[in-house]
Design a protein around this ligand. Sequence first.
Ligand code: SF4
Length: 347
Amino acid sequence: MSVTRKAVALVSGGLDSMLAVQLMLDQGIHVEGINFFTGFCVEGHTHAIRNQDRKKEKRNNALWVAEQLGIKLHIIDVIEEYKDVVINPKHGYGANLNPCLDCKGFMVKKAHEWMQHNNFDFIITGEVIGQRPKSQRRDTMPVIARESGANDLLLRPLCAKRLPETLPEREGWVDRNKLLDFTGRSRKPQMALAREMGFADYAQPAGGCCFLTDAQYSHKLGDLWAARGERRYDFDDIMLLKVGRHLRPAPHFKLIVARDDGENNFLHGYRKRFVHLHATSHHGPLVLIDGEIRDEDLQLAAELTARFGQGKRAEQVEVEIVQLTGDSQIRTVKPIDGDAIPKEWYL
Ligand code: SF4
């Protein structure tokens, strides 16, 4: 009696992993997916918060892909462990603070542990040689297999024909002839395969999945580390970097200014952890102060708060300042002129 072999797949929610899984299902392999929640994922947060993004899809693409494929998906929270990958990447960063090579190695290592724990036989990913400048190159793909400890239990069905045989191929669990030889950055072969497999809908591929590839987000994260004098973060920090306009008038504090009602509501949930300000005489944003604001800074913070509300051209705006103790005071200020805000303050 033949044994059904079991593969665990890294499922990002993009097209590549979707196709890789389908190739394995077509070969009679039992596949289950893993999706790692690092805290830096794009979808589902900003799309749900900002007014301007209200019309965008709010689906969790990894879950949606699993549903399309008819496989089970395990969503695993790795926020704590992942910090070391972001803070100390052995292989450095990509164009921004994206530690792609270390990240891929970490995810395959976690998938390998999961595989052993759950008696699965091998791991698959949707990687394609040459698709990403750092983590998906011919010379770095073996690094991921080696450093993760997965070695030849890691199969990349979309480009396997261009890589050395893996154990699942040698053992005949999968037929190497039915694997593919995709290479390079073009998405055309993937799109053609998707059509062939009958997938009309899939998430837009490449680049948009992770805030660490975003230049502005990375700048804000770098600023946070510089202000703290050390490279550390917690989950709330990285969530708040996704929300609001961030201005740093001085090294010891910055303002997080809601840009619309959706962000106002979201920041409201954080207000008790921060000194915060809002205009009482006009409609305006909630502003959180991150850092240690001093009494002499409150005037500037109030003038900035007034500037971003509907009273920005008024002679006087009343602003409530609420301390961490809950004590509050009202200051009457003239909103700062937009031209008087140095560009470098905007993160
Ligand atoms: S883009 Fe983000 S999630 Fe993807 S490999 Fe790079 S760091 Fe990891």
